[in-house]
Structures are given as structure tokens and as C-alpha cells.
Design a binder for this molecule. Structure first.
Ligand code: AMP
Length: 289
């Protein structure tokens, strides 16, 4: 695996790769890698001839500066994990490389209601920062395909909208959520859970599964209320549990209102904020492709 820290050196190498007619698959991450990230790398390896992974904890997408400071950084271990799956290139730039003085990296795009609901309502500015860094990294790496996880469902909806608005040549590939044995969605933040909350955290995926198996017996509103109550009673501080159309991200009144329905939730487990989601109904599978 080659490790680059400088934009110019990475670009020089990738230019050679594309001159050889090879395709580039790109997996952006913030590091503290786990098997969920590696599933994206493996998918990229199966669909592109050169796989580039970036590790960059992007300051502009953290609305909470304490969260940025506490975000786990485990570069040595990440390098070992990426080498173990034969990643071709790791790009681990500094903040100054990504946002050099004098370079305008701001983006003037309108995501409308996609960016104001759920995560957008609770993490003001988060999606602007996320779109800014994904756009900048795409500009640097120029990949044929971009691999992202369904774990961050709203994020990939916004990235899809960004690619469409910019008429971007990169194709977005969505990869399924990888879970721990008990069902907890893998996350870099899980390692910061207290033992008590780690044990309880399985509740998020359990509720999502329960909602999925009951979509014919109750209304979305009723189920969302029930889920918020169950999470609160178990000692979580849930921010939202929404059942939405998977394209518009707007809440639905009846399950028959949409043929692509997703339930999404965010809840504080002590000091750690967890997110998870589950597709409840997906008649048009192509939507996620
Ligand atoms: P992050 O490092 O958390 O910014 O995540 C980098 C990429 O990995 C994003 O596209 C995430 O959606 C994806 N990802 C994170 N957790 C998982 C998981 N449990 N399963 C699959 N993909 C994931």
C-alpha cells in the first residue's frame, strides 16, 4: 500500500494510474476503521482497478468542537487494517493540504429539505461541511466510482444530490450496513461507549427491526412515537426516530404513501451519539443503486 500525505504527490501518482487505463475507486473515511469501512474497501476493490482510501477528520463538518477533539484517531492500526485487505493507496492529508490558504473550497449548492430534516436539524452546518470535503476530495482524487455506506443514509442522499446538481462524472456506489454480532451498527464512535451503554446499544437495531416487521399493523407516526418512548425509557436520549420516503426524506403518513420507506434514528447513549437506519420497504431497488 502506498501512503500519500500531499495532494500533489497523490495526484501525480493517480495521473499515472489513469494513463494506464485503470479505473479508480474511492472510499473517503475519517479513520478509526472497522469492518464496515473494510467492506467498502473490498467492494471498491471488486469494482475498480485502483482503490484509494482517504483518512481525514474533517473539521468543517463538526458542529460540536468537543466532538472533533474527541474523535478517535488510530492511524497506525488503520494502516494495518488497510494493508490487510490489499488497499492500493492511502491518502492521509493534513487540514492545510485539504484547505490550503487562498483556495476557495466553499460550495454553493441547494439541498433543500434533504439537509434540514433529521441530522440537518440537530447538527446545523454538518452537511455543508460534509459536502464541502467530499467535493474537495473528489476534485483531488478524480475517481470513477465513489463508495459510501448506507449507515449514513442522509449523507449519501445529499452526496447523490450534489453529484446530480454538478453533473459530476463520478458514480456513487452504496454499500450495506455492517453490524456487530448483536446487531449494533459498526461505528468508530462505538469504542467510546461505556460497557453499560454498549450492552444497551443493541436496542436501536432491535427497534428498527421491530418496526420493519410491523409495518402492516400500525401507522408510521404511531410506530415512531413508540420507538422514541422505548429508547427514552431504556436510558437513551433520542433526538429523532423518523419514518420517511427514502428519496425526499419527508415523513410519511401511511406506509402506502411511498414504495421506498426508511426508518432513521439518532440517540445519545450517555456522551456518545449513535445513528442507525433500516430500509422498511424498497420496491424500486434501483433507487439505491
Ligand atoms: P466515517 O469514517 O464514519 O466517515 O465513514 C466512512 C464511510 O464508511 C461512510 O461512507 C460510512 O457510511 C461508511 N460506514 C461507516 N460505518 C459503516 C458500517 N457499519 N457499515 C458500512 N459502512 C459504514
Amino acid at each position: 500500500m502506498l501512503l500519500f500525505k500531499k495532494v500533489a504527490e497523490l495526484q501525480q501518482y493517480l495521473q499515472k494510474v489513469s494513463n494506464e487505463g485503470k479505473t479508480i475507486g474511492f472510499v473517503p473515511t475519517m479513520g478509526a476503521l472497522h469492518q464496515g469501512h473494510l467492506s467498502l474497501v473490498n467492494r471498491a476493490k471488486s469494482e475498480a482497478s485502483c482503490t484509494v482510501v482517504s483518512i481525514f477528520v474533517n473539521p468543517t463538518q463538526f458542529n460540536d468542537k468537543k466532538d472533533l477533539k474527541k474523535y478517535p484517531r488510530t492511524l497506525g492500526n488503520d494502516i494495518e487494517m488497510l494493508s490487510s485487505v490489499q488497499t492500493n493507496v492511502l491518502f492521509a492529508p493534513s487540514v492545510e493540504e485539504v484547505y490550503p490558504e487562498g483556495l476557495d473550497t466553499s460550495l454553493d449548492l441547494d439541498f433543500g429539505q434533504l439537509a434540514t430534516v433529521m441530522e440537518g436539524a440537530f447538527r446545523p452546518g454538518h452537511f455543508d461541511g460534509m459536502a464541502q470535503v467530499v467535493h474537495r476530495l473528489l476534485d483531488i482524487v478524480q475517481p470513477n466510482k465513489l463508495f459510501m455506506g448506507q449507515k449514513d443514509f442522509q449523507q449519501l442522499t445529499i452526496v447523490r444530490s450534489m453529484l446530480k446538481q454538478l453533473n459530476h462524472k463520478t458514480e456513487l456506489v452504496v454499500c450495506p450496513i455492517i453490524r456487530e454480532a448483536d446487531g449494533l451498527a459498526m461505528s468508530s464512535r462505538n469504542r467510546r461507549l461505556t460497557p453499560v451503554y454498549r450492552e444497551k446499544a443493541v436496542l436501536l437495531s432491535q427497534i428498527l427491526s421491530k418496526v420493519k416487521s410491523n409495518i402492516h399493523s400500525r401507522t408510521p407516526e404511531n410506530m415512531a412515537k413508540m420507538a422514541m418512548k422505548t429508547l427514552t425509557e431504556a436510558g437513551f436520549k433520542p433526538e429523532y426516530f423518523d419514518i420517511v420516503d427514502g428519496v425526499t426524506l419527508q415523513s410519511i403518513k401511511q406506509f402506502s404513501d411511498s414504495d421506498f420507506v426508511v426508518a432513521l434514528t439518532a440517540a445519545w447513549a450517555g456522551e456518545i451519539r449513535l445513528i442507525d437506519n433500516m430500509i422498511l420497504k424498497e420496491e424500486k431497488k434501483a433507487i439505491l443503486a
